[in-house]
Design a protein. Sequence first.
Length: 75
Amino acid sequence: MRRIFAVGVENILRVSPPRPGAAVPADLAAQHLMASVLRLLKWWLEQGMPYPPARMGEILSALVIEPARRLAFAP
């Protein structure tokens, strides 16, 4: 799990340049993004996938991905 987390953070930072003057440092946002996505996916699986995959993707995007992107990463 640690390796998945580390690779995820590395990939986020590799493909998402930091936003100049960002309110949140990109490395911190990448850590938050990976932790939140993995935790929510774990919850989703443990609950028997109560939402269809496409809906869960929308939820993750609205709740975690887009806010982190707007705060820390260049458009």
